[in-house]
Design a protein around this ligand. Structure first.
Ligand code: B16
Ligand code: MG
Length: 210
């Protein structure tokens, strides 16, 4: 393998709590039940698909215009919360592993559903770190479709067989598998039958790749 394509949320950093707070604020305003368990279902899922999951508990249906406004409202809250992030939110384990893989000759890319990828990378001090960034702004189909990873491989000018995808979401493992990539899964992603390398810690990538 020549490159590693990292999912962002849940792999490089942890924005779950901010997604939760932002969706909860919207759901509370609309009088819709929302809890951590529902929030867990939003992992790796695009913003509009996440909204559809949040609205499953709604007592009424909404127009597309209203849904667009709800998604924008949630995102405004989320972006505000992201201002709390700083390079201190990048763990020593993640930074050291990334640096070691790079020294080992691997090219490193991001494959994230988030349309806020560049903002998050900048908050973490990683704006210019990756060789390619494929995210929610350059895809039309969300994970489990492989588009986001195929775009990353294309940006690296490498075939999927030469790229390892690292994911925390089951939908991400399915996307990697569908695109012809091998995958390393952390958390619930490690339990997916299509996950090539289940790992307990991010630093285990060094054992797989070096
Ligand atoms: P945004 P990932 C995903 O990022 C998150 O896991 C998911 O919870 C979120 O809904 C999605 O990005 C879209 O995020 O609203 O910022 O565009 O895990 O693919 O890095
Ligand atoms: Mg993720």
């Amino acid at each position: 393998m020549k490159a590693v394509i990292f999912d962002l949320d849940g792999v490089i950093c942890f924005t779950d709590k901010y997604h939760y707070q932002a969706w909860k604020a919207l759901a509370d305003r609309l009088g819709i039940y929302f809890d951590e368990q529902i929030n867990n279902r939003l992992r790796g899922v695009s913003r509009m698909a996440s909204l559809d999951i949040v609205l499953e508990r709604a007592q009424q249906s909404y127009t597309q215009e209203e849904k667009d406004a709800f998604a924008a409202e949630k995102n405004a809250t989320y972006v505000e919360l992201l201002q709390q992030m700083s390079p201190a939110d990048l763990s020593d384990e993640v930074k050291e592993t990334l640096d070691t893989l790079r020294e080992g000759g691997y090219r490193l890319a991001i494959g994230s559903s988030s349309r806020n990828t560049k903002l998050i990378l900048s908050r973490l001090g990683l704006s210019d770190y990756f060789d390619a960034i494929s995210d929610g702004t350059n895809i039309t189909r969300s994970k489990p479709d492989p588009e986001v990873f195929l775009m990353a491989a294309e940006m690296l000018s490498l075939p999927p067989e030469e790229c390892l995808v690292v994911e925390d979401a089951k939908a991400g493992i399915e996307a990697a598998h569908a695109g012809g990539f091998r995958s390393a899964g952390v958390g619930e992603a490690s339990e997916h039958p299509d996950c090539t390398y289940p790992i307990a810690h991010f630093s285990d990538l060094k054992t797989i790749l070096l």
